[in-house]
Structure formats: C-alpha cells, structure tokens
Design a protein around this ligand. Sequence first.
Ligand code: B12
Length: 459
Amino acid sequence: MKILLVQPFSRILNPFVSKGPTVPPLGLMILGAILRDNGYQVKIIDTGIGHEGFSRIFGEFQPDVLGVSVLTGPMILDAIAISKMAKDMFGQKIKVVWGGVHPTLLPRQTLKNPYVDTIVTGEGEYAFLELVRAIENKDDLSNIGGLAFRRGEDVVLTGERPFIEDLDKLPLLPWDLIDHRRYLKYETSLMTSRGCPYKCGFCYNETVHHRKWRRMSAERVLREVEHAQSYGKIRRLKFLDDNFTVDRKRFLKIMQGLPKDIDLYVMTRVDNIDEELIEQVKRFKDVQFSVGIETGSPEMLKKLQKDITIEQVKKAFELLHKYKITSSASFIIGLPKETKEEVEITWKFVNEINPTKYICRLFLPFAGTELYRECVKDGLLKPPKTLEDWSTFGDDSKFTNVSCVDEDFLASILRKSTIKILLNYARGLKLKDLYDRLNNVIDDLIAVIKGKKFSTYIK
Ligand code: B12
C-alpha cells in the first residue's frame, strides 16, 4: 500500500518573511514514520516549499490512500482541489482521508464534501495506522476509535480515542522523508508537548485537548534535538509548543542539555517569565521569548480568560528588556464587542511595552472556542454553513467583524502594525540572511522556469 501525505498550500503570505524559515509538516512526518515502520510506502508533499504538479505526483506514485492535513482558513480550498484531483484520477480506488484541527472540530460538515471519504479526529498516529490497515484488509471501520465517515446518508462518528499519554514512545522525526535541507537551513522546529492547561477563549485547546497537557521527557526532547542535528548543524531551535514552560523542571533540564552555540525560540506566558527562567537561557547565542498578550485592555483580558494581568505583562517586559532578551508579543484586535477606545488602548500598550518583535492579528472566531460560541449566541456571527465558507477565515479582504469598531479603523491599525512589524523585521535582519534568502528565491525561480517545480512563493 502506498500513502501520499499532503500539507496543502496556505495562502496567508508575508512577502517580507522571505523564503527562509519554513515550518516542517510535523504532524504528517510522525504519521509517515509510523506508517513506514509498519511496512507502508510513504511520500510527503509540503506545498509550502513548492512542488511538482499533483497530476504528475499522483501518476508516478499511484497512491492507494491520500492523507491531507487541514486547518481552518484558505488552505481548505487547496485541500479540496487536491482531493478532487485524486478522485478524478483514481475514482473510488483511492481513499481520501483528512485530519488536522479543522476536520477534527467539524467532521459532519466536512464530510458533506464528496471528495473526502474519512476523517481522523484528534491525534492521528494510531488511528490512521489502524485505518490504513482496515482499508488494506477491507475491514469495517466502526471498531476504530477517532474516525468519522459516511454510511449511506448518515455520518458515523466512532468516538474520541484516549490521548497518547506517553509521547516518548513516538518515533523520532523522519527528516529523511522530506527535503530536510529546506527546513533545517535556518531553524529547526520541534513540538515537544501537546495541549495546554489554560482556557483562553479564542483557542481550540479546551475542545480538542480538554486542557490536558502532555509532554515528552527532557531526555526524549534532547534525543530529538540530537537526531535533528545529525542532519546538519542547528542554527536556531524553535519550540512550537503552545506553552513550552508549563513544567519548569523539564524546561531547565532541556536548557541544560542543549548545545549553547545556537539561537533559541520559545513560546511561553508572561506569568512564567522570571529571573530564574532568564538565567537558564542567557547563555545561548540569541533567545526569543514569544508571548501572547492579545490586548492592552484589562476588561478584554478578563473576557479572553488569559489568566494574566496588565501588571504581569509590564513586569515580564521589564525583565526581558533588562536582560536584553529578544521578545515577541502577539495581539488581537476586533475582539467580540470591542470598542474603538479598547483598540486604541491596545495600540498604546504595544508602544509602552515595546517588544522587539510584534504581531497584530484580526480576531477570528474559530470553531471549538468559547468566543465562537459566544459570538453565535449573541448574534454577532452566523455559523458558516459549508466547508468552503470556513476558507475565508484569515483572508483579510473577507473578514467578519464582530467588534463595535468600524472596519476602516481596524484596517488602519492593522496597516500601522504591518509597518511597525516590517521596520522591526528590517532592523533585525542580518546581511548574511538577506543574501541566503534571495539566493533561495532565485534557485526556486530557476527550477520553475526549467519546469522542475509547479509553484514558488516568498513566504
Ligand atoms: C506550525 C503551525 C502552522 C503552520 C502550518 C501547520 C501545519 N503543518 O499544518 C502555518 C504557518 C502554515 C500555520 C498557519 C495557520 N495557523 Co497554525 N499552527 C501551527 C502550530 C504552531 C503547530 C502545528 C504543528 O506542527 N503541530 C504538531 C503536530 C504533531 O500536530 P498536528 O499538526 O495537529 O497533527 C496531529 C493531528 O492534528 C493529526 N493530523 C494532522 N494532519 C493530519 C492529516 C491526516 C491525514 C491525519 C490522518 C491526521 C492528521 O495527527 C497529527 C499527529 O497527532 C499550531 C499550534 C499547535 N499546537 O498545533 C498552530 C495552529 C494549528 N494554527 C492555527 C491557526 C489559527 C492558523 C492560521 C489560521 C493563523 C492565521 N490567521 O494566519 C493559519 C491558517 C492557514 C490556512 N488555513 O491557510 C490554530 C488552528 C486553528 C484551526 N481551527 O485550524 C492552531 C492550533 C494554533 C492555535 N492554538 O490556535 N500554522
């Protein structure tokens, strides 16, 4: 059996972040490793780094199963197009399986799409292996937990599977299954825990992970780092965990075991930042702490259930500035019922805490979040009726405004933000990086002209 795993194209582009750092399709890589260890032939295509045409890939590889990873937003359209192409070429011979956050949250609506046969909800590792085996042996799917599929006019949901408790048992990332040089050249992204104990109103975590935080042990994380390093020297290590510092002892152990001649990127919370934490990271070449602040308004902060205060934010940023740690702060504007004054408070607060890097996004009421339910209940949002309707999420030209602020004002703040972000970015850019990145784009263009690649874009 041959399985083709695809990361669809996300049209959310930032031309100035360049073609450099690219996030590897970590979910698909782990699925690929498990399938391969169990004797299946696997190919992974990440449309984010460009690829040959799908008709050629399908024609040459002749997959029996197509697995597609889908988030809410524009990538839905690409996921549908790839699935349709597979069905057009192979008919019912190919089984199309979707997984990832979006189909996990909305399996029934997703299955209304005729090109999707089965959905794996939640963690995919063992559910997908069991599904592939069942497809191979033409077994009934209803005994496999974590699936959704059509039976006649009905949709069958086989129920949630228990979480994978021991993440240490997962295989090491199979960098050889992807063009690892493209991913490891600038930074090495890893995910060493799942879930988050907090309950932020805009996050999917409560619904999908039930606020249960599970982690790899420090030893296992260090083995993963060493494994990645065997593919080439690590320049920057980026931990994509929703919150990397939940377990302080684990964090300190990992920091002590890492090579010191690297840059480090960690996502954390302001209430986790103190002198002890900073002491552990000072020895690295460059350290970036990324935190979600979301708003400068104390009322909004409460509404978001972030469980942090404006004072904690200020204190954390004082420390980060004192120790010259690179900080990255993200904010959201256009929150449900947010007023113009509250948006202005946020903008002022950004300038007050003055993070090194900064992201400002428009609020999107994602399914499976507390604020989504609230927006629907309060009549601020009509629930999107089709799978395609969700593809507009993240497309700034079609945003749904659930705030009390007019769209022009929100757009003006976003424009001001973008200028600030770009100026900060340009300030931090090293000449060598610029050269590397331009080089990459030129390589890509030559490949496209020679017909070796289907698409190129600057990310
Ligand atoms: C890296 C990342 C990205 C990458 C790509 C991620 C990817 N490979 O899919 C990029 C930068 C493109 C991205 C974009 C966006 N992202 Co993002 N991203 C992440 C991040 C930080 C890590 C993803 C990851 O690698 N996880 C680790 C792996 C192991 O988990 P996984 O991918 O979920 O895969 C597991 C299961 O889902 C399942 N599975 C996944 N795919 C498949 C496929 C098959 C066939 C099967 C069987 C199973 C399966 O099995 C895997 C193993 O258990 C997550 C946060 C997080 N904690 O996950 C946010 C997250 C996924 N992103 C999110 C959001 C909001 C976005 C954006 C909308 C943000 C924006 N406005 O710009 C865009 C959407 C773009 C679009 N739709 O076009 C939300 C999800 C919201 C949603 N409802 O989909 C998350 C959860 C962050 C959050 N806490 O809110 N993102």
